[in-house]
Design a protein around this ligand. Structure first.
Ligand code: WTA
Length: 701
C-alpha cells in the first residue's frame, strides 16, 4: 500500500494509520452462499447503466402496475422514481409471503427482562394484526390515505404492526424515537400535522418499567401550543392486564388499543394501491437550524432501495435469522429492521432493551439461542460491549456470517475486536455510511466481491469528494473534502416535509452547477460529511462538516440544544459543542452565559441539563454544563463555537485575534480545563481527524 492512500495531513497521521488499513478478505464459505457473488453485478450497476440498473431493485417487489419512467428529473432536484408504477408496501412486506411462509417468524421479539418469554410473530399473525390495526386506524381514528400519524413507540412488535398498518392504508407514519421527550414528540406532531398519536404505557429499559404515557400528555400539550390539535391518543399496553403509567387516561381522548381491537377481530383491509411516488413515512432528523427536518420517503423508490441493499449488501436470504440491534425510532430500524428484511421475507429479530442488560453477554446469548447469523449494530454499542465484556462473545456459540456497522466512523481497533472476537474471524463486516435522508446504504462494500478495510466504508453508490470550489478531489490525493453523491438513487428522500426550500438549500445548493438544468449531473447531493478517498477508491468518513453533534450515532442539532437551554429563565446565551468521548464517539458540552446580575450556581447548571432532557431527551444529556461570564464572539456578535470546542477538547483554539473579546478565551480556558481535570476528565490525545473536526466545528456559521 502506498503512502498516497493515506489522508495526508501530517507525518504523524500516516504513521497512525499505516498499519490500520490492511485488507481483510471474505471467507470462502461466505462467498459460496452470497447473493452478490458474481462480479457481473458491479458492471450491471456501473454508471453507464444508470438509472435503468435500479429496476433490478424494483423487480424484487410486486407491483400492481408497472412504471413508465424509471427516473423523472423534470422538477430538479425533486427526483421521481418508477413513475407510473403502483404498489403497496404492506402487501410487499406481509401478504405476498403468506403463500409460502405463513407459519414462518416475520419478527422475533426479545423482551428486556430475561424472565419474560421471547415472542415469535409469524407472517400469518403479522398479517392478522396489521389488518386489525389498519381497520382501527381507518374506522376508529378516521385516518385516510395521505394523512399523517405520529407514533412515539418503543421497541415492541406493535411498532412494526402500526407502521405496516399505515402503509396498508397509504397513511404516512412518523415515528419519533421512544427515548425522545414529550416536548420533542409534540414538536414533530405539530410539524407533521398529525391528529392521532400512537404510544405505549411503558417499556423496559435497564431493568425498569419506564413510564412512557406521561410523555404523550406533554406531547399533546406542546402540539396544542404550536397550533396542532391531537384528537386521539391510542395507547398500547406493555402488559395488557395492567396499566404501567401514573398518567391518567383522558376521557374521550385516550384509548387502550387492546380494548379497541376487540371490535376489529378478523377485519380484513384491502391494501391500497399507491403511486410509487406517494410518501410512505416521515423521519425527523436534526440540521443546522432549530426546526427538525421531516425527511419524506417515497413508497416505490424507498422500498425498492431497501429491498435491494438488504439483499446484496446485508446478504439477507429468506432463510436467515437477521438481527439489527438498532432502534426502529431511527432510520436504520425503519429500513433494516422493518421494510428491507420483511420485503425479502426473512426473520427479523427485535430486542426491547439495553444491550448490556443485565450483563454484556446478553446480545451473544440472544444470538446463540435464536441462531442469528446476520448481526447489525453501531460502533457505540460495539465500544460499550467491548469495554464491559471484552471476552463475553467467546463464551457463546453464536456464529455470524455477516456483521454490519452503521452510524459513525468505527476505529480500526474496535473494528478488529468486532471482527476477531464478536465475529470469531468467520464473519464479513460491512461498514455502511448513509443518512436519514438517504433511505438506505450509500457507502458500503459488496461483501463477497470487495475486501474489507477497517475504518473505511468502502465504495458505494456514485460517491465523489468535492473541495470548497466544487472541484473533484481525486482518489489518493490524501486530501479531505465534502463527500457528495453524483447520481440520484431510488432511496433518496423526496423533500423536507413542508420546507421544500430547505431541501434544495441544504442538500443541493452548494454544488448545483445550473439551477435551470433538469440534468441530474448538475445537481450533486451534498451529504454534509467530510471524507478522504484512498487510491484504491475506498472512502473514509471523517464526520459532520456542519453544526451537528453525532452522539452514539445519533445526530443532535446544536441549535436544538441551545434553544432548549434558553428555556431556562436565567440563561442569556448558550452554545453546544462536541467533546470526544471514548464510548459514545462524541458527547455534548454546553456553555451558557447568565442574564445580568445573576450569580452562577450548580442549580442553574442542573436546570440546563433538565431542560435539555425535557426538550430533546436523555440521549442529549450534556457531559458538562459550563457557566461562563461571556462567550468568545466575532465582532458581529456570533459565538465562536470552534474556540470553545477547542477548550473543551484541550486542543488548539486557533486564531482568536479577530474576536471582539479575545481576552475571554484564556479566562474560560483556564477555568474550564482546571475544572475538567478536577473531575477526572483527563483528555487523551486526539487523532489528527478528530483534531481537524474540532477545529472545523462551527465552520458553517
Ligand atoms: C454519520 C444514520 C461514518 C455521518 C444511518 C452521517 C457514519 C450521519 C456512518 C447520519 C459510517 C453514518 N461511518 N459515519 N458508517 N454512518 N455516519 O441521519 O456523519 O442518523 O452524516 O443516519 O452519521 O446519521 P443519521
Amino acid at each position: 500500500m502506498s503512502a498516497e492512500q493515506q489522508p495526508q495531513v501530517s507525518e504523524a497521521q500516516i504513521a497512525v494509520h499505516w498499519r490500520e488499513e490492511q485488507y481483510y478478505q471474505p471467507p470462502a464459505s461466505f462467498i459460496a452462499q452470497a447473493n452478490a457473488a458474481d462480479p457481473a453485478i458491479l458492471e450491471r450497476f456501473g454508471e453507464e447503466h444508470f438509472p435503468e440498473c435500479f429496476t433490478e431493485y424494483a423487480n424484487l417487489l410486486d407491483w400492481d402496475a408497472g412504471w413508465h419512467t424509471t427516473l423523472d428529473t423534470s422538477n430538479p432536484p425533486f427526483w421521481k422514481w418508477f413513475v407510473g408504477g403502483r404498489l403497496n408496501a404492506c402487501y410487499n412486506c406481509v401478504d405476498r409471503h403468506l403463500a409460502t411462509s405463513s407459519n414462518k417468524a416475520a419478527l422475533i421479539w426479545v423482551p428486556e427482562p430475561e424472565t419474560e418469554d421471547t415472542k415469535a410473530v409469524t407472517y400469518q399473525e403479522l398479517y392478522r394484526r396489521v389488518n386489525e390495526f389498519a381497520a382501527l386506524l381507518r374506522d376508529f381514528a378516521g385516518l385516510r390515505t395521505g394523512d399523517r400519524v405520529t407514533f412515539h413507540l418503543p421497541m415492541v412488535p406493535e411498532l412494526p404492526v402500526a407502521m405496516l398498518a399505515c402503509a396498508r392504508l397509504g397513511v404516512i407514519h412518523s415515528e419519533v424515537f421512544g427515548g425522545f421527550s414529550g416536548a420533542a414528540c409534540g414538536d414533530r406532531i405539530a410539524d407533521s400535522g398529525s391528529r392521532i398519536l400512537v404510544t405505549m404505557d411503558g417499556y423496559y429499559r435497564n431493568g425498569d418499567l419506564v413510564d412512557h404515557k406521561t410523555k404523550a400528555d406533554e406531547a399533546v400539550e406542546r402540539a396544542a401550543a404550536l397550533g396542532q390539535q391531537v384528537d386521539k391518543v391510542l395507547v398500547w399496553r406493555r402488559h395488557p392486564d395492567r396499566y404501567a403509567s401514573a398518567s391518567q387516561m383522558v376521557e374521550g381522548r385516550d384509548f387502550f388499543v387492546d380494548e379497541l381491537l376487540a371490535n376489529y377481530r378478523g377485519a380484513v383491509v384491502e391494501p391500497v394501491s399507491m403511486p410509487a411516488e406517494a410518501p410512505l413515512f416521515l423521519m425527523y432528523t436534526s440540521g443546522t437550524t432549530g426546526r427538525p427536518k421531516g425527511c419524506q420517503h417515497s413508497t416505490g423508490g424507498y422500498l425498492s432501495y431497501v429491498a435491494g441493499t438488504s439483499k446484496y449488501y446485508q446478504d439477507i436470504h429468506p432463510e436467515d435469522t437477521y438481527w439489527c440491534a438498532a432502534d426502529i425510532g431511527w432510520i436504520t430500524g425503519h429500513s433494516y429492521i422493518v421494510y428491507g428484511p420483511l420485503a425479502l421475507g426473512t426473520t427479523s429479530v427485535m430486542y426491547e432493551g439495553v444491550p448490556t442488560y443485565p450483563d454484556p453477554g446478553r446480545p451473544w446469548r440472544i444470538a446463540e439461542r435464536l441462531g442469528v447469523n446476520i448481526f447489525h449494530t453501531a460502533p457505540t454499542t460495539i465500544r460499550m460491549l467491548r469495554k464491559l465484556g471484552p471476552d463475553e462473545p467467546g463464551k457463546y456459540y453464536h456464529r455470524f456470517k455477516h456483521m454490519t456497522t452503521v452510524g459513525e466512523p468505527i476505529e480500526p481497533e474496535v473494528w478488529r475486536w468486532y471482527h476477531d472476537t464478536v465475529g470469531k474471524g468467520e464473519a464479513v463486516i460491512v461498514d455502511t455510511w448513509w443518512q436519514t435522508e438517504n433511505g438506505g446504504f450509500l457507502g458500503a462494500t459488496l461483501p463477497a466481491l470487495q475486501p474489507m478495510k477497517p475504518g473505511s466504508c468502502g465504495l458505494g453508490v456514485y460517491p465523489v469528494i468535492y473541495d470548497e470550489n466544487g472541484d473533484e478531489v481525486p482518489a489518493g490525493s490524501g486530501k479531505a473534502g465534502n463527500i457528495c453523491i453524483r447520481n440520484p438513487w431510488p432511496g433518496i428522500f423526496q423533500t423536507v416535509w413542508g420546507q421544500p426550500d430547505r431541501f434544495v438549500q441544504i442538500y443541493y445548493e452548494k454544488y448545483c452547477r445550473d439551477k435551470d438544468s433538469s440534468d441530474w449531473r448538475d445537481w450533486p447531493y451534498f451529504a454534509g460529511d467530510g471524507a478522504v478517498q484512498a487510491a484504491d477508491g475506498y472512502f473514509r468518513i471523517l464526520g459532520r462538516v456542519d453544526d451537528v453533534i453525532n452522539v452514539a450515532g445519533h445526530r443532535l442539532g446544536t441549535k436544538e440544544l441551545e434553544s432548549a437551554s434558553l428555556t431556562v429563565d436565567e440563561i442569556a446565551e448558550a452554545a453546544a459543542v462536541p467533546v470526544i468521548d471514548e464510548l459514545r464517539g462524541r458527547a455534548v458540552e454546553m456553555y451558557v452565559a447568565l442574564k445580568p446580575g445573576l450569580a452562577p450556581s450548580d442549580d442553574i447548571a442542573r436546570k440546563v441539563t433538565a431542560a435539555i432532557e425535557h426538550e430533546i431527551g436523555k440521549i442529549a444529556r450534556p457531559a458538562n454544563v459550563w457557566i461562563v461570564p461571556d462567550m468568545p464572539k466575532t465582532r458581529s456578535g456570533k459565538i465562536m463555537r470552534r474556540v470553545i470546542a477547542g477548550i473543551s477538547n484541550f486542543t488548539d483554539v486557533g486564531d482568536v485575534s479577530t474576536l471582539a473579546n479575545p481576552e475571554i478565551v484564556d479566562d474560560i480556558r483556564h477555568h474550564i480545563q482546571a475544572a475538567k481535570l478536577a473531575r477526572g476528565q483527563v483528555p487523551r490525545e486526539l487523532s489528527p481527524e478528530e483534531a481537524e473536526e474540532i477545529k472545523a466545528f462551527g465552520h458553517a456559521e
